[in-house]
Design a binder for this molecule. Sequence first.
Ligand code: NDP
Length: 283
Amino acid sequence: MAKIIDGKKIAGEIRAELAERVAELKEKHNIVPKLSVILVGDDPASAVYVRNKEKACAEVGILTDTHKFSSNIEEKEVLTLVESLNRQKDVYGILVQLPLPKEIDPKKILEAISPEKDVDGLHVVNMGKLLRGEGALFLPCTPSGVIHLLLSTGVKLLGKEAVVVGRSNIVGKPLALMLLEHHMTVTLCHSRTADLASVCRRADVLVAAVGKPCLIKGDWVKEGAVVIDVGVNRIDGKLVGDVDFESAKERASFITPVPGGVGPMTIAMLMKNTVLAAKRAVS
Ligand code: NDP
């Protein structure tokens, strides 16, 4: 029976540590880290995510300043705001809540953010540095959270097989690169992968980031594997992951729950990046 990886608890510990760093920045340098958030449109899930980020930031003493726009705003107005935030000295991090309305090109907006303020780690420069193993200024938040959770288990990663299901730019692809940095042998799967079940059965570390409820069955999990479920799916008002938790926990050595696994870590990593940006600015 698997041990549950308590993402909520681990994220809480990270937040407590960050609160100390924030207090130190204020005391020694009279600096309060500030995160500017851009929210376009009225997607209810995005509004909830932004509120959760604001709340978590307030808890550790990070200031937030959310710029809300209706979905019919023109792309150039968002670009103008990003450019102005790039110049503001008291703004250390800029986050654009995705998805953006169809009329706005997310690539254009993300690339307008200064890489030094790209606390989401999605800028092409930071992604490129990650790809080349040259030390990105910021690592993307969800994959970083997954790595933290993996390291918290104490399981050795070096030389082991990792299988990541899902190849998005925000989760699967950067996570595969980060697992490579930990010297794992990485397989990245997607919707066209043939015989996904067999590929998953090879994994010492199995990560699901798909968005399909309970896609990964218990008998796809190798005995003793570490299973990380990034998926968040709402079914009859209840949140479920991409992994069939009940059957997978019988075979895994460690497993994350949904909710309470990766989700809280994503927000903790965003705050960590914002504090890092402020620390860099003083050093
Ligand atoms: P995307 O929709 O961008 O990507 C989904 C990926 O899953 C794609 O690569 C797709 O393949 C692949 N896929 C789809 N169906 C299958 C299938 N049947 N078999 C194998 N692969 C499949 O999603 P995201 O990466 O943005 O998010 C994934 C999940 O993680 C979602 O549930 C999302 O809500 C959650 N999430 C959770 C976060 C958290 O903090 N907990 C943060 C971010 C996301 P292809 O490329 O071929 O289309």
